[in-house]
Design a binder for this molecule. Structure first.
Ligand code: ADP
Length: 431
């Protein structure tokens, strides 16, 4: 039992005993009990009233002095009040600290309720998105109206980060990332990535320009090398025999450099066009037939090329880019598989996608390389780079062409069994 209550009961018992003895002695037992009980009740009411006054004053100062249950209750309330004050103060300190930290951030942070209503934001978000105090409790999609942002913020999964021009200053590029927290609430982080994008653009322009500039001198070099080779064949020119070998090598290397410059120009063009390819219908069967014919000439009977085409398949996009992607995959299969290998080019459709698969039964690729194959200049066997004549950019070009056409590339391979490069183009259902 609580100590205050114990003391109170003791007091009542002692008072009753005293009243009983006193009443018995003075001969007015009932009267003595009534008067004593009444006085006790008055004393109790006075303590209750003091306690109420103290509570009404917001528990400021010490609780009213009292003994027994009322003093104990006052002390307990006082301690509880102190604990609450301390907790309130530490919450205040914490929220002030969080506010200071978020104010110091250069990235914008916004919190939205589950129905995407703006609840809170930091000063950086205010600057990046041009938010005003009156925007609180507004739906975010009324403030950032770009349809891509609307789709991003309303999607259940809050998908991958979204890059958009700033609604405040279109020369700025913003990156939005969002995550769910609590009861379906959403936190959005907005980063200004303008500088990063500008640097990337500068790098792309530099590579594109240098590759473009290299093409003219390389064409001149190739032309002269061919003329000298022809002269070498001509006995009348009387050129020393060992020149022939040197000229052959010069021609081989200038051809490699030209191929590299061409691939770099193509990759730069693909990278610089962010929007999807034009939607010209491209008939896939004749395109693959052309690639298979070219491949048979290149392979010169060393490989068997099988073509299996779905009749009437049409992809919307750029014929030149699609030719480049599929031919890169077929020529790769020839380049990287030993003689006698069979290469299959197959197009087929399912309910929701068109597929173009290029598979071979060559040496296959170790699984540890597969995720890196589409990186620029990534080769499984660096030492074979010059012997295969590849530029190391083929699969990077394939990946970009597919992205440009809304497609994806998946690679599966088993060592000593062969590889399959599958290009998937989703069929967009018009609603
Ligand atoms: P490369 O110019 O070297 O062919 P790619 O980007 O086209 O560059 O290909 C990258 C690497 O992927 C190649 O160097 C090769 O090691 C590997 N590769 C590509 N296609 C095949 C294939 N069909 N079979 C085995 N390896 C392949």
């Amino acid at each position: 039992m609580h100590r205050g209550l114990q003391a109170e009961i003791q007091q009542i018992v002692l008072l009753t005993l005293f009243l009983l003895i006193f009443g018995f002695l003075n001969g007015y037992l009932l009267l003595t009990l009534l008067v004593g009980g009444g006085l006790y009740m008055l004393w109790t009411f006075s303590h209750i009233s003091k306690l109420y006054d103290w509570l009404d004053q917001g528990c400021t100062g010490l609780p009213p002095e009292a003994s027994g249950v009322w003093g104990d209750m006052g002390d307990s309330l006082y301690r509880m009040q102190k604990r609450n004050e301390r907790a309130k103060q530490s919450r205040k300190n914490l929220s002030a600290r969080v506010r200071n930290i978020t104010s110091a951030l250069t990235d914008g942070i916004l919190t939205l309720s589950a129905d995407r209503v703006l609840e809170w934001w930091n000063p950086a978000a205010e600057k990046l998105l041009g938010l005003k105090k009156s925007d609180r409790e507004q739906s975010i999609i009324n403030l950032v109206r770009d349809p891509r942002f609307v789709a991003f913020i309303q999607s259940k999964t809050l998908g991958p980060a979204l890059e958009l021009a700033s609604p405040e200053d279109p020369t700025k590029t913003l990156l939005f990332t969002a995550a769910e927290f609590g009861d379906g609430d959403v936190i959005v982080v907005v980063q200004d990535i303008t500088r990063l994008r500008n640097l990337e653009q500068m790098r792309q322009d530099f590579v594109a320009n240098i590759s473009h500039e290299l093409r003219t001198p390389l064409t001149v070099l190739t032309g002269y090398t061919e003329t000298l080779q022809d002269a070498c064949q001509d006995d009348a020119a009387d050129l020393p025999g060992h020149w022939k070998k040197a000229l052959d090598q010069m021609q081989q290397q200038t051809e490699r450099m030209s191929a590299l410059a061409n691939d770099l120009v193509m990759l730069s063009q693909l990278e610089s066009t962010r929007e999807s390819a034009s939607s010209t219908p491209v008939q896939i069967a004749p395109l693959l037939q052309q690639i298979a014919d070219d491949a048979r000439i290149i392979a010169a009977d060393s490989h068997t090329i099988i073509l299996e085409c779905a009749e009437g398949m049409v992809l919307n996009g750029e014929m030149k880019e699609l030719y480049s992607a599929f031919s890169n995959l077929v020529f790769n299969a020839i380049k990287h598989s030993p003689a006698g290998t069979t290469i299959q080019i197959k197009s087929y459709a399912t309910d929701n996608a068109n597929f173009i698969d290029i598979s071979d039964d060559g040496n296959g690729i170790d699984p540890k390389h597969i995720s890196r194959l589409t990186e620029r200049f990534y080769r499984v066997d660096q030492s074979r780079a010059s012997s295969t004549g590849g530029t190391g950019l083929g699969l990077a070009i394939v990946k970009h062409v597919l992205m440009h056409h809304g497609g994806t590339l998946s690679i599966s391979s088993t060592l000593s069994k062969g590889s399959r490069f599958s290009c998937r183009f989703p069929i967009l259902k018009s609603s």
